[in-house]
Design a protein around this ligand. Structure first.
Ligand code: SF4
Length: 425
């Protein structure tokens, strides 16, 4: 099979991984005369973010879509009737280098089905990263998907060559994992995550300790290099909507993963019915908006001081699901009118962050500006806060919000959001 043909198969098979979401986007042709900005011109190229916030293009492929496991939700499961292909280590190394030299990509995202055994597959993945780094002195970004039940030695090696490692948690509950992926063991997934965390922490600690040592060695003219383990940390992915787990359950698990394993990101991937799907799966995918709301809720958990109950108990059905019509912060604010109005000139940063329309940057700017003068309603616009969103929830010397019925308030925001969405459609 020609490399290009393999690339078509293995890049397509990789698009179900949400960690680099853009490769699953609608294909647009930007060949001559048909516009610019194609995400499909270079097969399997997607975008991701480095820890310092840069957006990088990655070659996103599988080593192989052959797999000895039979996870119902996966297109590459052993019982799936799809065309199979497999790259050799050398082929992936060459493809990455060729694409890199042509400036198509800045890194590689590599995952794989399991062939022969978990260790054998992991060895191949590690070998790609090691060859790129050691033989070709490749300085680009490498994200390796890790096989959870691979040996600790291989997991240890993987982090020495990859910028980021990830192990998919797959489903929100052990029960669903047992039902849909019986060959996967949740305890092994958690053990491997613990191992990665330990290596990452040790590496960070030794780097901090070595900093002072390096200063001393620099003075004496010697050079010392310390190996950094997975500097961009670890991440994971959860499929949403393949089982009956509520958003509350999903967010509770995410909260646990962030705290226990210091995850850099939990990615949510709305289940989409796959070709030749297993009969045990739902026929319909959940609304894509659910995935979007989960990302918003995840942000509130990590950066806005909300807890899972606060986020997931705002819907009138009280079923642990997020409101799909309005964002979770707004849903909380409408449901907790007693908390408002928040006084812009006296509120703490924590309270400002609870106001819909005030983000982390907005809160910092408000606090900074308060050092110089009392803020008026119109000042908020100048510092980049959306007044249409905040007006119902804040007070300033020259502004007191109208007492509006919660239902009315909700409807007016739903209308606003629909108008904004229609602009994008
Ligand atoms: S082990 Fe991975 S590639 Fe294989 S069937 Fe399960 S999810 Fe798919």
């Amino acid at each position: 099979m020609k490399t290009l043909h393999k690339l078509a198969i293995l890049a397509d098979a990789a698009k179900y991984d949400a960690s680099c979401a853009s490769s699953g986007s609608i294909k647009r042709d930007s060949k001559k005369g048909k516009g610019i900005g194609s995400t499909s011109g270079g097969m399997g190229i997607c975008h991701s973010y480095t820890p310092d916030g840069r957006c990088v293009s990655l070659l996103k492929i599988l080593l192989t879509n052959f797999c000895i496991y039979d996870c119902s939700y996966c297109i590459n499961r052993s019982s799936s009737d799809v065309q199979r292909a497999r790259f050799s280590v050398e082929e992936i190394v060459n493809l990455t280098l060729d694409f890199y030299k042509r400036n198509y990509i800045e890194g590689l995202f590599l995952s794989s089905g399991i062939i022969q055994s978990s260790d054998y597959t992991m060895e191949q993945l590690v070998s790609v990263a090691k060859t790129l780094r050691k033989t070709h002195d490749f300085r680009g970004y490498i994200h390796l998907k890790t096989i959870p039940d691979a040996s600790p030695e291989l997991l240890q090696q993987a982090g020495l060559y990859a910028d980021r490692l990830s192990i998919n948690i797959e489903l929100p509950s052990k029960k669903s994992l047992k039902q849909y992926a019986p060959e996967k063991d949740p305890s092994t997934i958690h053990q491997s995550m613990t191992q990665l965390k330990d290596h990452i922490d040790e590496s960070k600690e030794s780097r901090t300790q070595k900093k002072s040592a390096v200063t001393v060695t620099r003075r004496s003219g010697e050079k010392k290099k310390s190996l950094v383990y997975s500097p961009a940390g670890q991440s994971t992915q959860m499929i949403v909507g393949a089982d009956e787990s509520s958003d509350k359950k999903i967010l509770t698990l995410s909260h646990y993963l962030y705290n226990k394993y210091s995850m850099r990101r939990v990615y949510y991937s709305a289940f989409s019915p796959i070709p030749d799907a297993s009969a045990v799966l739902p026929i319909k995918s959940p609304p894509l908006m659910r995935e979007h709301r989960l990302y918003q809720a995840d942000w509130l958990l990590r950066f806005y001081g909300f807890n899972v109950n606060e986020i997931s108990e705002n819907n009138c059905a009280n079923d642990g699901m997020l409101d799909l019509e309005i964002d979770p912060k707004l849903a909380w604010a409408i449901n907790h009118r007693e908390f408002f109005p928040v006084n812009i000139n006296t509120a703490t940063r924590e309270d400002l962050l609870r106001v819909p329309g005030i983000g982390a940057i907005g809160a910092s700017r408000i606090i900074q500006s308060r050092n110089f003068r009392r803020l008026r309603y119109q000042d908020l616009k100048k510092i980049g806060v959306s007044v249409s969103k905040v007006s119902a929830f804040i007070e300033t010397q020259d502004h007191t919000p109208k007492k509006l019925d919660s239902q009315y308030l909700r409807q007016s925001f739903v209308k606003q959001e629909n108008q904004q969405l229609s602009l994008f459609n």
